[in-house]
Design a protein. Structure first.
Length: 88
């Protein structure tokens, strides 16, 4: 590979990497993890606890407490433990 091409590709990769990295506050990072766990719980316990909802429903930050409440109300022990992790 020609040295100029290699230098050019290196520079493009460096610039792209700098632009695509985002910085999150610790609170935002925790919120993202909690939403991810709530989405996973919604999918895992869909049949037992969320059968009346649209299966393609997008769980967001505002829905985390609702997901935990439904897990506690309609789920078994496993669902209760997941709800406890979502909203202690």
């Amino acid at each position: 590979m020609d040295a100029t091409i290699k230098t050019y590709l290196t520079e493009i990769g460096r610039r792209g990497g700098k632009k695509s990295r985002r910085t999150l506050t610790p609170e935002q990072a925790r919120s993202m993890v909690t939403v991810r766990q709530a989405r996973r719980a919604f999918q895992t316990f869909y049949v037992q606890c969320f059968w009346w909802c649209d299966p393609a429903m997008s769980v967001g930050v505002d829905d985390v407490q609702w997901v935990a409440a439904q897990l506690r109300k309609h789920g078994g022990r496993r669902a209760w433990l997941v709800a406890e992790k979502l909203c202690p």
